[in-house]
Write a protein that binds this ligand. Structure first.
Ligand SMILES: *[C@@H]1O[C@H](CO)[C@@H](O)[C@H](O)[C@H]1NC(C)=O
Ligand SMILES: *[C@@H]1O[C@H](CO)[C@@H](O)[C@H](O)[C@H]1NC(C)=O
Ligand SMILES: *[C@@H]1O[C@H](CO)[C@@H](O)[C@H](O)[C@H]1NC(C)=O
Ligand SMILES: *[C@@H]1O[C@H](CO)[C@@H](O)[C@H](O)[C@H]1NC(C)=O
Ligand SMILES: *[C@@H]1O[C@H](CO)[C@@H](O)[C@H](O)[C@H]1NC(C)=O
Length: 796
């Protein structure tokens, strides 16, 4: 290819480029404009403003196809300087991006080749610098100039969606053309050139429900009345194709998952027209009788519903509430049921959505109705008293076995069992009342006293004859009515005195009265001087008519010497019927007083009395003294005991030397009697037992006995005695002709202390052995007599 041809080619390239829609050109200008800002073209390297000079270069822009697949290197273009006369003296030098690696220049001809495949999407252009120098002098023939190699786009990238998959929701029943979602695909190819990046959308799957706008990628509904209750989820596949959708364009797809969201387009519907429930009449008020449920094809709040009773043959008996978590209607009892009164109820109930969508009114009524039948079942119920409680009144003087009232209960059930009455004895421990089991009459079993118990509150039990487990109770309040059976007495124990110098008609005491009875109109007491004292009385009684009386003097001056204490009998009576009265004696002491009438001194008797030493006080003092005495005695006893204690403790400390114990042996049967030896050594128990039983034989084996020389006088003495007796017997003409046993009581003349007997060796440790001997002694002696004097020691 000669130079001219190349030039023509370049001119053609340039024309094509410039004629393409302004963008390419603008982009080029922008490129150079941006560079101008860097100052490279505005000024030269020395800061001298560039001026337009003769340009030796033919072009400053080359184009190159991306993704070139040819076998030889791709030719880019040719640099040429006017000063090149073809004599080979000009050398072209290339610098900048990719110079020497991606782009190689033939330094003689100025031909530029690309060495590799280039990808526009990786780098769209390269900026290079070229200059021409004299090969020999290295003198610059042409100033360094910049040029650009632009990579020309081919359609080597398919459109890609920004997401895969897309998720979208659209309400069911939406109108045609309702926007669902917009999908976008991008193409990496040059959008400024050709159609390589021009994307067109189409729907591959999802018709006829949805459509996509080819230009914008907006997905819309394409079918009216899509029903969530029929189909909820749709998988829509959208394709994006570049080259404006033409044949040969590249394409990419995405899936759009579209869910229809619920709208309230379905009313609730009862599953049955008649619901039936059976309930026992004993069911508590407020509890659930039954649960009904209506169905709604919608979900969430579109399925929320309200139930209500719109008609009932038992008004106010039932109520229906909605359980929000289950959307069930719960029928609640509002008033108690009674099988004996009404055995069946019928309710008309309605259900309605809470959130109604007026758009769907046309589909039909948004409520439903059903009938509920409630059948009441009989329950064996306890008897019912006619009243919740009974109050009975009885006068306190009523005689035994008086009927004071009656209670009545009946079985509410159809079979109407008979009722038996009893009194709950826990409420009548003293058995004051009785009840007639058949007719409920209450009797008193003993006399009552209002002043002791004004009320007797008891419980009466009613039991069904046929089913004794059916029990009811009722409280019975028995009020004991007052009868005037108590006489009034002085209100307190009056301590009264009169001054020796008292004048007549002085009030020296005002007395009141009490009466445990409780008359309706309150107490009214009457006071009088007792009749027998009226004549020669030294004091008078004046009834104040307000339940008090004044005690007045009747003469001037009283003398201690004449009479130190006066006793005034006052009769107090109440105004009730039957009238009760009592005579109360007022004790008046005569005292010396000062001029103001203050007591100064009374006689001895009076003084004691004044000190308040009434019998009660005296008894109290006496008690105190006794208690004091007892304390003293107790204290002394304690001290004695305490004195003992240290002794015992010290004894314990020296237990090896002194042992004190307080054990009385249990007599001869007590073979386990306490043994001191065990205190020191428990094994001694066994040892001592052995000694008791075995030692006598072991120490004195009968065989060895005769060998022992007679060491004691008494041995001989006893032997002599025995021999003597034996002789006497043998020579006794009255003796029987056969061998016989003769007994003698001879203890010998030895002393216990000197005996060698084994019995003595156990001494204190075996008191019971002595007991044994003392009881059995006589027989033992007989044996000794029989066998000779050797054994007589044992008797000692
Ligand atoms: C609603 O019903 C559920 C299930 O039966 C139950 O656990 C819940 O306690 C009920 N809620 C009310 C308020 O009754
Ligand atoms: C119940 O029976 C008793 C004994 O037969 C009788 O005294 C009483 O009056 C009766 N009471 C009633 C309320 O009939
Ligand atoms: C008995 O009941 C009456 C009336 O309710 C009451 O006033 C009284 O205090 C009660 N008595 C006793 C001992 O519970
Ligand atoms: C009244 O007092 C006189 C002496 O002062 C006495 O003798 C007489 O017995 C008293 N009368 C009565 C009723 O005590
Ligand atoms: C009762 O009457 C007397 C004399 O009239 C009077 O002094 C006294 O205060 C009255 N007592 C009461 C409690 O009213």
């Amino acid at each position: 290819m000669d130079r001219r041809k190349v030039c023509i080619l370049m001119v053609l390239w340039a024309l094509v480029h410039l004629s393409s829609p302004g963008q390419g050109l603008r982009a080029l200008r922008r490129t150079t404009g941006g560079r101008r800002g860097s100052g490279l073209t505005g000024q030269d390297a020395n800061g001298v403003p560039l001026r337009r000079s003769k340009r030796g270069w033919m072009w400053n822009q080359f184009f190159l196809l991306e993704e070139y697949t040819g076998t030889d290197k791709q030719y880019v273009g040719k640099l040429h300087s006017d000063s090149d006369r073809g004599d080979g003296s000009v050398k072209y030098v290339l610098t900048g991006e990719g110079a020497g690696t991606l782009f190689k220049i033939d330094e003689k001809s100025g031909d530029i080749h690309a060495t590799k495949r280039l990808d526009r999407e990786e780098k769209a252009f390269y900026i290079l610098h070229a200059k021409a120098v004299n090969r020999f002098t290295n003198e610059a023939l042409e100033g360094e100039s910049e040029f650009i190699i632009k990579i020309h786009d081919i359609n080597d990238n398919e459109p890609r969606f920004t997401k895969d998959p897309y998720m979208a929701r659209v309400p069911e029943m939406s109108d045609i053309g309702t926007s669902v979602i917009q999908v976008t695909a991008t193409d990496a190819d040059d959008a400024t050139y050709g159609n390589s990046a021009k994307v067109v959308y189409s729907i591959l799957e999802g018709q006829p429900y949805f459509s996509v706008d080819p230009e914008t990628g907006l997905i819309k509904t394409a079918l009216p009345g899509m029903d969530r209750e029929v189909k909820e989820n749709y998988q829509v596949v959208i394709q994006a194709k570049d080259m404006a959708g033409q044949m040969g364009g590249l394409s990419g797809t995405t899936t759009v998952s579209i869910t229809l969201s619920d709208v309230n387009d379905n009313p609730p519907r009862f599953t049955k027209t008649l619901y039936e429930f059976r309930v026992p009449e004993s069911i508590e008020v407020g509890s659930a009788v039954g649960v009904i449920r209506a169905m709604d094809a919608d979900i969430g709040q579109n399925a929320e519903m309200d139930y209500r009773v719109i008609g009932s043959d038992g008004p106010g008996m039932f109520e229906i509430t909605t359980n929000r978590s289950t959307q069930e209607g719960v029928i609640l009892l509002r008033k108690p049921l009674d099988y004996e009164r009404k055995r069946q109820y019928s309710l008309r109930v309605q259900v309605e959505n809470v959130h109604i969508n007026p758009r769907f009114y046309s589909k039909g009524p948004f409520r439903d109705e059903a009938t509920i039948k409630i059948i009441v079942e009989d329950v064996d119920e306890p008897p019912v008293f006619e009243r919740a409680s009974y109050v009975m009144e009885v006068k306190e003087d009523a005689p035994k076995n008086t009927a004071i009232g009656s209670v009545s209960a009946s079985d509410p059930d159809d079979k109407n069992s008979l009722v038996r009455y009893t009194i709950d004895r826990r409420t009548d421990m003293d058995r004051v009342f009785n009840i007639h089991a058949g007719n409920g009459s209450v009797f008193i079993l003993r006399e009552l006293d209002r002043e002791e118990n004004a009320w007797h509150n008891i419980t009466v039990i009613a039991t069904e004859f046929t089913n004794p487990r059916q029990i009811s109770r009722v409280p019975v309040y028995v009020r004991v009515l007052d009868v005037n059976d108590n006489a009034p007495t002085f209100a307190t124990n009056y301590e009264t005195f009169v001054c020796e110098t008292a004048k007549a008609n002085q009030v020296i005491q005002t007395v009141g009265a009490t009466d445990p009875d409780a008359p309706l109109g309150g107490h009214r007491f009457f006071f009088n001087l007792a009749q027998e004292a009226a004549g020669k009385a030294n004091f008078s009684v004046h009834d104040n008519k307000n339940n008090t009386a004044s005690i007045l003097t009747r003469r001037n001056s009283y003398s201690t010497l004449q009479k130190s204490v006066h006793h005034v009998p006052v009769v107090i009576s109440d105004g009730e019927f039957p009238m009760q009265s009592s005579t109360n004696t007022l004790t008046i002491r005569v005292c010396t007083c000062d001029r103001k009438g203050n007591m100064k001194a009374c006689n001895a008797e009076a003084l004691t009395a004044r000190a308040g030493l009434s019998t009660g006080a005296l008894v109290a003092i006496l008690l105190c003294v006794i208690i004091l005495l007892m304390i003293v005695v107790l204290f002394a006893a304690l001290r004695r005991q305490r004195k003992k204690e240290p002794l015992i403790i010290s004894k314990e400390d020296v237990r090896d030397n002194v042992v004190s114990y307080n054990d009385e042996g249990g007599g001869e049967e007590d073979t386990q009697a306490f043994d001191i030896g065990t205190l020191r050594n428990p094994e001694a128990i066994e040892e001592s037992k052995q000694r008791r039983d075995i030692v006598p034989e072991a120490f004195y084996p009968p065989i060895r006995r005769p060998v022992l020389p007679p060491t004691r006088d008494n041995n001989g003495d006893v032997r002599d005695f025995i021999n003597q007796r034996l002789q006497d017997n043998d020579s006794d003409p009255t003796a029987p002709p056969y061998d016989s046993l003769a007994t003698y009581a001879y203890e010998g003349n030895g002393s216990v202390a000197e005996s060698l007997s084994s019995l003595e060796s156990v001494t204190t440790e075996s008191d019971q052995d002595y007991n044994y001997l003392s009881e059995w002694g006589p027989r033992f002696k007989k044996l000794a007599d029989l066998y000779g004097g050797d054994d007589s020691d044992r008797d000692s």
